[in-house]
Unconditional design. Structure first.
Length: 193
């Protein structure tokens, strides 16, 4: 079985999402060590597993923190304008809410990419062990399947990284738009006195 025959079996990943370690900008892709290296690498793998779990937990908390900050910003904007009439002076605030909404979307996409990356990683481990249902144990099929899964992982990881970066950038841009609106409102109140 060659790569072209296996590609259609993995097309469901093409529309899926894969994660990238945003702090080290390196792929976090677990792979099975060769059979002969497995025993001496077990201790090291356990150590890497603990570090990965800590890093993964930190990344998730950071992303959820940004999502919560965006939600709080949107809620504050709605609360501050619930008795306001629609006017041009609210335009910077509308821009802030729009940017925060895009940030929220990027954060959700990032988390979805992470979920799919873990799924692809499990499939890669199964393929390397010869237990993947679509690939089997044929060495050529295993090699081709692993190559396809790695390519999918790398392609989608770039997208996840972009979503992570844009989540933060849109949060900051929305905050700047909110501050601009707030300064204009203060200036307007001072001018009316």
């Amino acid at each position: 079985m060659d790569i072209e025959e296996l590609k259609p079996k993995f097309l469901n990943y093409q529309s899926g999402i894969i994660g990238l370690d945003r702090f080290t900008h390196m792929l976090v892709l677990y792979q099975c060590p060769d059979q002969e290296h497995r025993s001496r690498e077990d201790d090291m793998n356990n150590y890497y597993d603990q570090i990965f779990k800590t890093l993964r937990d930190h990344q998730n908390r950071y992303s959820y923190f940004l999502l919560a900050a965006v939600g709080a910003g949107i809620a504050l904007s709605i609360r501050q304008t619930q008795n306001s009439l629609l006017s041009w002076s609210l335009l910077p605030l509308g821009v802030a809410v729009l940017l925060w909404g895009i940030s929220f979307y990027c954060g959700c996409r990032y988390l979805a990419y992470i979920a799919v990356s873990l799924h692809v990683n499990v499939d890669l481990l199964r393929a390397q062990q010869g237990t993947h249902s679509e690939i089997g144990r044929d060495p050529m099929a295993v090699q081709a399947g692993c190559q396809i899964l790695r390519e999918i992982f790398e392609e989608k990881s770039k997208r996840a990284n972009r979503n992570s970066l844009w989540q933060f950038r849109f949060l900051v841009a929305g905050s700047l738009a909110y501050i601009t609106w707030h300064i204009l409102e203060m200036y307007s109140r001072a001018a009316n006195r």
